[in-house]
Design a protein around this ligand. Structure first.
Ligand SMILES: *[C@@H]1O[C@H](CO)[C@@H](O)[C@H](O)[C@H]1NC(C)=O
Ligand SMILES: *[C@@H]1O[C@H](CO)[C@@H](O)[C@H](O)[C@H]1NC(C)=O
Ligand SMILES: *[C@@H]1O[C@H](CO)[C@@H](O)[C@H](O)[C@H]1NC(C)=O
Ligand SMILES: *[C@@H]1O[C@H](CO)[C@@H](O)[C@H](O)[C@H]1NC(C)=O
Ligand SMILES: *[C@@H]1O[C@H](CO)[C@@H](O)[C@H](O)[C@H]1NC(C)=O
Ligand SMILES: *[C@@H]1O[C@H](CO)[C@@H](O)[C@H](O)[C@H]1NC(C)=O
Ligand SMILES: *[C@@H]1O[C@H](CO)[C@@H](O)[C@H](O)[C@H]1NC(C)=O
Ligand SMILES: *[C@@H]1O[C@H](CO)[C@@H](O)[C@H](O)[C@H]1NC(C)=O
Ligand SMILES: *[C@@H]1O[C@H](CO)[C@@H](O)[C@H](O)[C@H]1NC(C)=O
Ligand SMILES: *[C@@H]1O[C@H](CO)[C@@H](O)[C@H](O)[C@H]1NC(C)=O
Ligand SMILES: *[C@@H]1O[C@H](CO)[C@@H](O)[C@H](O)[C@H]1NC(C)=O
Ligand SMILES: *[C@@H]1O[C@H](CO)[C@@H](O)[C@H](O)[C@H]1NC(C)=O
Length: 712
């Protein structure tokens, strides 16, 4: 009989007093009382009157004839607080359908696993690659199918920071796994009931902790714990408990890789779920992760030690690959229409063109990919249903226009980037027919402002028009200004995307600032910028949590005065998308956008923002800032400044792209320099000093360096 909660509480008898209760500290006293006959009798009324209802509320445990298993392995307890119970099979079901090795809660109609679960695999000798594991229970709790009789476990030491764990169905094969001598983790495979625990410097980073391991012909399930603290990923910052994510469903759900970042203190580790089949990932209220996959093969996980999120991303990219041909035009503005294959850019001079150029709109999805492939003259690099392949750029689809989705797209792009998908494209104002121009103009304008900072953007206008000219008056001018601003910032984006993702969550950029980890309303853009969007309609204030360092408002140079981690409330308007620059950085951008990404790149002189980071050393103030502009793989420009001079040098000798009249495609000069953080008396504007100058970068062909006097 399945142990269950008895409906008539008066008959309350516990036949399982021999269970190892020690783990559940809060009921130890109760255990002792029940074992003591005389005391039991005197106290029974108290228990029945007060304690039982209270305990039942917390634990809902069962009575009943519960036959201990005859195999001599762990009995497992059903006495588990509600929030840590793991569903046995599908969980909610009539008692008759609950597998007899599970526990049943009659009040909640919930079938759940014991802890340790009886659904486990057994090894009778210390684990090694070729040892066969046998199921402890012959059937699984999913329709009582047979358990796969022979399973193997492979633990691959892929690198010092990367460990792969694979359970697979193998009657007569085994994969040899790699062994390394130098590694930053250690692991232990428990016997006879299989249990895997992995430790790293920050603590235990993976533990199956007596949870179930279920394998049958078409469903596999495993439960494990990554941390007792917070996790991030699967589209959420932080990853909330009690959520279920389905991966590999093309429609509407995640088109991203299933990477979970978990933290212990300020150290992070990562888990990549490497399955090809439809898979459900449940983040249990108790913090366990339950992975259930419709597979015949088995389950594979990659575990990354970190401890920095960046290290995890780099390890992931070694597995999934990386799209290496970032071309400048890809960052431009892509309008979705038929002529796209020939003119992929949104051409701003068309804004005032009343002809129907824009009205021939394509169906969606992979036409986008095809058009890019044609332009690129290569195999398609775009995919809409991404699966563990960093060689593709992500093309988000089926996004309804809503404030929630705008926020969600920002989070998804940030998480996608740090999971190794740096080229991430998102449709402005969504791409479904669920769009009302009249009521959603404000939203659309905000989305355009946010689009300034997306790695890649596209504008869908199939049935409902969302391109800039579909808007009137102020809306239209804000939108066009936002797109222009994006074109102007592309030199920085292009440089950033050579080495890392563009949009980044706080926990990735500032792993040591615990106060910032869970914030999903502000994002870093590369190492130098930070955006704090207002993401609700008619919002007049935004709250920002200050990251470490000195920060200036990007366009005004206003310095933020607060301590790290402090919340700051700022005024904002509909047309704002608050952006800040970190002290110590130099931003290279182009002030006046031309019609396309490429013509801006070529025709508009560079402008420079120097955001000084000043420290006082022996009562003298020392200020510095530095930055870089990527030109080609063979050449970057390097900028270093203090509060008197800026020095420019070239890293590489490939000057043709900026200096050759015939083949050049970059601007060759600098026109404006704004300096933030100088002594106030040096400022010629409210919060900054502006220098109107002309610097010919081609002097670097002959000169070692160019020094710009910032005080002239
Ligand atoms: C196992 O061995 C049998 C016979 O030796 C062979 O027919 C079968 O294909 C093998 N199975 C696998 C999974 O290799
Ligand atoms: C992992 O750490 C725990 C607690 O620190 C320790 O009990 C356990 O033996 C360690 N396991 C391994 C494999 O190092
Ligand atoms: C979680 O906390 C419990 C006790 O507080 C500890 O026994 C367990 O090892 C921790 N697990 C991890 C993964 O840190
Ligand atoms: C988990 O979520 C479900 C519905 O989504 C809810 O009914 C349940 O109460 C939640 N459980 C906990 C422990 O929060
Ligand atoms: C986390 O940090 C605190 C204080 O910094 C320390 O006491 C604690 O031991 C750390 N925990 C782990 C699991 O490293
Ligand atoms: C933009 O469109 C205008 C008008 O059709 C055209 O003259 C111009 O060449 C286009 N610019 C680019 C860079 O395609
Ligand atoms: C858009 O919303 C307005 C106001 O609620 C409504 O009158 C109009 O019919 C809607 N348009 C569409 C296409 O649904
Ligand atoms: C824009 O203005 C034109 C004429 O002034 C009007 O017909 C059109 O409905 C307006 N569009 C929007 C989106 O308000
Ligand atoms: C600060 O000044 C004192 C004396 O003027 C000198 O001894 C010391 O080395 C200086 N410290 C630094 C960090 O320059
Ligand atoms: C970079 O330089 C190498 C040789 O130094 C050359 O083969 C390559 O074509 C150059 N790449 C570019 C993009 O100019
Ligand atoms: C600023 O940099 C220039 C050029 O590198 C250098 O000559 C000058 O001494 C520096 N000034 C200060 C105050 O450090
Ligand atoms: C740096 O700027 C100062 C102050 O304007 C100037 O006197 C000096 O010549 C500059 N240094 C160099 C190396 O050009």
């Amino acid at each position: 009989m399945i142990p269950h909660i008895n409906d008539s509480k008066e008959e309350f008898v516990d036949s399982e007093v021999f269970y190892p209760y020690e783990k559940l500290n809060n009921i130890k006293w109760y255990d002792r009382i029940l074992l003591n006959q005389p005391l039991k009798i005197t106290i029974v009324f108290i228990i029945l009157g007060i304690a039982v209802p209270l305990l039942l509320y917390h634990f809902y445990f069962f009575t009943a004839l519960n036959i201990p298993p005859s195999d001599g392995f762990s009995i497992g307890s059903c006495l588990i607080p509600r929030e840590t119970r793991l569903a046995c099979g599908v969980g909610q079901m009539p008692e008759e359908e609950c597998h007899h090795q599970c526990c049943y809660d009659r009040n909640l109609h919930m079938c759940f696993h014991r802890i340790p679960s009886r659904f486990s695999y057994i090894i009778d000798q210390p684990w090694s690659d070729d040892i066969v594991l046998h199921p402890r229970i012959a059937t699984v709790p999913f329709s009582n199918q047979n358990s796969i009789p022979q399973v193997r476990l492979s633990i691959d030491e892929e690198s010092a920071t990367h460990l792969a764990i694979t359970f697979y169905n193998s009657r007569n094969t085994s994969f040899p796994s790699k062994r390394l001598s130098d590694k930053e983790y250690s692991y232990e495979v428990g016997t006879p009931e299989i249990n895997i625990a992995v430790n790293a410097s920050q603590g235990t980073i993976f533990n199956t902790a007596g949870g179930p391991l279920i394998a049958s012909d078409n469903i596999w399930e495993i439960a494990f714990k990554l941390t007792n603290e917070t996790m991030y990923g699967l589209g959420e910052i932080p990853l909330k408990k009690n959520t279920t994510k389905i991966i590999y469903s093309n429609d509407g759900d995640m088109s991203s890789i299933p990477l979970i970042f978990a933290k212990i203190n300020t150290s992070f580790h990562g888990l990549l779920i490497d399955v090809n089949e439809p898979t459900e990932i449940l983040v249990h209220p108790g913090g366990q992760i339950v992975v259930r996959s419709i597979t015949n093969y088995g389950l594979k996980f990659h575990l990354f030690v970190g401890p920095e999120p960046k290290g995890i991303m780099e390890d992931v990219m070694k597995i999934i690959g990386h799209h290496k041909q970032l071309e400048y035009w890809m960052l431009g503005i892509h309008n979705f229409e038929n002529a796209f294959a020939n003119t992929p850019q949104w051409n701003l001079s068309l804004v005032n063109d009343n002809q129907l150029y824009l009205f021939k709109h394509n169906t969606y999805g992979n036409d986008f990919a095809k058009a890019f492939a044609k332009k690129d003259n290569s195999t398609p690099i775009w995919s809409s249903s991404l699966w563990m392949n960093g060689g593709f750029a992500i093309n988000r689809q089926n996004i309804d226009a809503s404030w929630t989705n705008l926020h969600r797209e920002l989070i998804a792009a940030a998480l996608g980037g740090i999971s190794g998908h740096w080229l991430w494209s998102s449709p402005i104002c969504g791409d479904t027919e669920n769009f009302n121009h009249t009521t959603q103009s404000n939203l659309c304008v905000k989305w355009y402002l946010a689009a300034t900072y997306f790695p890649m953007i596209k504008i869908h206008s199939r049935k409902y028009m969302r391109y800039p000219t579909a808007f009137n008056g102020t809306h239209r001018s804000i939108i066009i200004e936002a797109l222009n601003r994006r074109l102007g910032l592309l030199p920085y984006f292009y440089t950033t995307l050579q080495e890392g993702p563009l949009l980044r969550p706080m926990f990735y950029q500032f792993p040591l600032s615990e106060a910032l980890h869970d914030i999903d309303t502000q994002f870093s853009v590369g190492d130098s910028l930070l955006v704090v969007p207002n993401l609700t309609p008619f919002q007049s204030h935004v709250h920002m949590w200050l990251p470490p360092g000195t920060w200036y408002e990007l366009w005004s140079g206003l310095k933020l005065e607060a301590n790290e981690g402090d919340p700051i409330t700022m005024m904002t308007a509909e047309a704002d998308f608050l952006t800040f620059i970190k002290g110590g950085s130099i931003l290279i951008y182009q002030k006046e956008a031309q019609s396309t990404a490429e013509s801006t790149q070529f025709l508009t002189p560079f402008s420079v923002i120097i955001a000084l980071e000043c420290t006082t050393d022996n009562e003298t103030s020392v200020c510095q800032a530095s930055g870089k502009q990527f030109i080609t793989k063979n050449m970057s420009l390097v900028f270093v400044a203090n509060d008197t001079n800026m020095t420019i040098t070239a890293d590489g000798k490939d000057f043709d792209p900026i200096c050759d009249i015939g083949s050049g495609f970059w601007a060759y000069d600098i026109q404006f320099i704004n300096i933030y953080g100088m002594d106030e008396e040096m400022n010629n504007y409210d919060n900054y000093r502006q220098l109107n100058t002309f610097v010919d970068l081609c002097h670097l062909e002959t000169d070692e360096e160019i020094v710009v006097n910032l005080l002239s």
